[in-house]
Ligand binder design. Structure first.
Ligand SMILES: *Cc1c(COP(=O)(O)O)cnc(C)c1O
Length: 387
């Protein structure tokens, strides 16, 4: 389903093929719509994809997955969790759902990721966890962060919503020594299930707790234990759980998206490398190619204006929009969002690098269905914008 028109160019577009559609139809006809055989298959395929034995628990969003991760790690009122200011509000909102407080921190101006020094400086006696965000799909310096967390006895959750396909020092994101990693299958992510997410952990106890809490606090092991003796209606509720399970309809899409993920990554890499070379002489800062011997997932391609740009970020967005090119900004930082700003009395001078990056940044289109002609057009309009 290639888009044959050059114009308009959306910011993002899901890449859904006939395989996904046929699988969804098969599920709709099967008589089983909610969590069932397709979810089980999708979870098994996900473990195979990562390539190492681990636990993969599907959920109906990454936000749900992050919430479950914090719950399983016992984060509670009085605790503090470190989160970068340059992220989507979901990374931080879940901390408040547990009654804990968010410690927002500044970013590294080169990678746009949180780094060792800023994390270390913000650790207090109350710090119980760090939510690491691999911004745009570039892995954070995980060896340093994990070692720091270990030395302070702090848990690490990776918000890998941008980072499915990414790796760090040759190891896939999802297989590092953090406590939990959460991926997103939202419509514009590197693969989609419409809405959905996957929680990955090596810890069998955390996996068990997340499985129970994603579906009403129902203990499936008890269900299985009594199934033979009593009958299949029997279950035990061991906690006040959530309704965060994935449906077989969503998993049907996921099964095929996952198979296509290596191909998607190759296309994303190719688009990114063309942008990197063909935009290199413009008065802009291109994404860091620092990759720690890993792979950038290229969920986003974020450019930043510099002092020589002459036009403002908003003028550039307006110019591109007039040319029918969709763009976005990732993100208006949390310290500037009313809720977070007011709750923690945050000011811009506390986040100099995040603030500066935000004022200058724009995300340009990067999606697998983009044609070469469309990319040519975007590149030439970016050149025109700076003339
Ligand atoms: C998309 C996103 C989320 C939320 O993912 P959902 O699946 O929509 O809940 C969380 N964190 C970051 C950094 C994201 O980009």
């Amino acid at each position: 389903m290639k888009n044959t028109h050059i114009n308009p160019i959306p910011f993002s577009l899901p890449d859904i093929g006939s395989e996904e559609i046929a699988e969804v139809v098969d599920t709709l006809k099967s008589g089983w719509l909610t969590t069932g055989p397709k979810v089980k298959k999708f979870e098994e395929n996900f473990v195979d994809f990562l390539g190492q034995n681990t636990h993969a628990i599907s959920v109906n969003s990454a936000t749900a997955g992050l919430h479950l991760a914090l719950e399983a790690l016992g984060i509670k009122e009085g605790d503090e969790v470190i989160v970068p200011s340059l992220t989507f509000t979901a990374s931080a909102g879940v901390v408040r759902h547990m009654g804990a407080e968010v410690k927002l921190i500044d970013i590294n101006p080169i990678t746009l990721n949180m780094d060792y020094n800023t994390i270390k400086a913000s650790i207090s006696k109350k710090t119980k966890a760090i939510i690491v965000v691999h911004y745009a799909g570039l892995a954070c310096d995980m060896d340093e962060i994990l070692q720091l967390a270990k030395s302070f006895g702090i848990k690490v959750i990776e918000d890998a919503a941008h980072a499915l396909s990414a790796s760090y020092k040759g190891r896939a994101i999802g297989l590092l020594e953090s406590d939990v990693t959460v991926f997103s299958f939202y419509a514009n992510k590197t693969m989609t299930t419409g809405e959905g997410g996957m929680v990955v952990t090596q810890d069998p106890f955390i996996a068990k707790r997340i499985k129970v809490m994603r579906l009403h606090g129902i203990d499936r092991d008890a269900f299985d234990r009594f199934r033979s003796i009593k009958s299949s209606w029997y279950y035990e509720v061991i906690s006040a759980g959530f309704k965060y399970n994935m449906t077989d309809i969503a998993a049907s899409i996921g099964i095929h998206q996952l198979q296509k993920l290596p191909k998607f990554l190759e296309i994303r890499k190719k688009i990114a490398s063309r942008y990197l070379s063909e935009l290199s002489n413009l008065p802009i800062i291109l994404p860091s190619d620092k990759n720690n011997n890993g792979v950038h997932a290229w969920h986003l391609f974020v450019i930043r204006l510099n002092q020589k740009s002459k036009i403002s970020r908003d003028e550039l967005i307006h110019y591109l929009s007039e040319k029918n090119i969709g763009t976005s900004v990732h993100y208006k930082p949390l310290h500037l969002q009313p809720y977070w700003r007011d709750r923690y009395k945050l000011t811009s001078d506390m986040f100099p690098e995040t603030d500066k990056a935000y004022q200058a940044m724009i995300s340009i289109p990067l999606y697998t269905l983009m044609t070469d002609e469309q990319q040519d057009y975007i590149i030439s309009e970016l050149h025109n914008a700076f003339k």
